[in-house]
Design a protein around this ligand. Structure first.
Ligand code: SF4
Length: 302
């Protein structure tokens, strides 16, 4: 493990929640407050963490000394008890984890992006629910927010798998290392990765500066790994144009499955004033993608 110093850190840099973001980077949900200790949080490696865990994770690690009140840790911010649509071939529930490194203007879950809003469902309550629903449900969709913004999410995925559930992960692709780690550890059965836009317009659509190399790494991994996956784009009139879909097709040529989703406005959407494309425009975008990705669908018409 290396404490994560990805582009995502830069996205939070200079913002009031900077310190909280550092907390999210710490595996044990702890943070160091001093500049010196913060450097340790950055540079302490797998050995430190593993030793700490091997000792039961109890007490205070000298490297990860204490918890501050305002910090953000992985929380279960919502639970949809049943879905027949989100996990192909499975009857599933969906959990929403707090926090995201993107700020897509069309985001429907804006209340949980900074890690604070939404519900606060204790993990024990989730697992009691999952044990009770065994045999009725056979899958769990792990959504957000961006689930992989928290290193602890991998542990959560492992616990869900241990109960015998299939796991579907929704991700924005910004954390390829965690995605690979989860896949290689057999913690995920299906991945739905957002493709926000053509590379040229990615930052505008994600609402933050984006390290495209990371997005491309995640997409490439999914296309080559053999894991079940789909790519998907929420299409917004103000953000997407025909040329974007040609560029996306060229980028993701040969992808297994690609969904276009029509933007829906609502009270929880991050930015007001956005509008959906017409059915005819959606069909045009689909046809532009088809030469590159034959299995392209508009959500709802499959
Ligand atoms: S749409 Fe997804 S990636 Fe974008 S801000 Fe919302 S949760 Fe994050």
């Amino acid at each position: 493990m290396s404490i994560i110093t990805t582009r995502a850190d830069e996205d939070f840099r200079g913002r009031s929640n900077r310190r909280r973001f550092f907390a999210a980077r710490c595996f044990e949900g702890r943070v160091c407050a001093s500049a010196f200790a913060r450097r340790i949080v950055y540079f302490c490696g797998a050995r430190v963490y593993n030793e700490y865990k091997a000792a039961g994770g109890a007490g205070r690690s000298k490297h990860l000394p204490f918890r501050r009140k305002e910090e953000i840790f992985m929380r279960i911010s919502g639970l949809q008890k049943t879905t027949l649509l989100d996990f192909p071939g499975r009857v599933a529930c969906t959990i929403f984890l707090n926090g995201c490194n993107f700020r897509c203007p069309f985001c429907q879950n804006s209340e949980i992006l900074d890690g604070r809003g939404g519900e606060d469902i204790p993990e024990e309550e989730l697992f009691a629910f999952l044990r009770k629903r065994k045999g009725i449900l056979d899958g769990v969709c792990v959504s957000g927010g961006e689930p992989l913004v928290h290193a602890e999410t991998l542990e959560l995925l492992g616990k869900i798998k241990a109960l015998g559930y299939g796991v579907k992960l929704d991700t924005n692709g910004a954390f390829p290392e965690r995605l690979k780690e989860a896949a290689r550890a057999g913690l995920i059965d299906f991945v739905a990765m957002d493709i926000k836009n053509s590379p040229k317009n990615y930052a505008k659509t994600a609402g933050v500066a984006v390290d495209m190399a990371k997005i491309e790494e995640s997409a490439k991994f999914l296309m080559e790994s053999g894991i079940e996956y789909e790519f998907r784009t929420t299409v917004v009139k103000e953000l997407h144009a025909a040329e974007d879909f040609i560029r996306i097709g060229q980028w993701l040529r040969g992808a297994k499955r690609y969904f276009l989703q029509t933007f829906r406005d609502g009270d929880t959407v991050l930015k007001s004033g956005l509008t959906p494309c017409t059915d005819a425009e959606m069909q045009t975008f689909k046809q532009l993608l088809k030469p590159y990705i034959p299995n392209v669908l508009i959500r709802g018409e499959e």
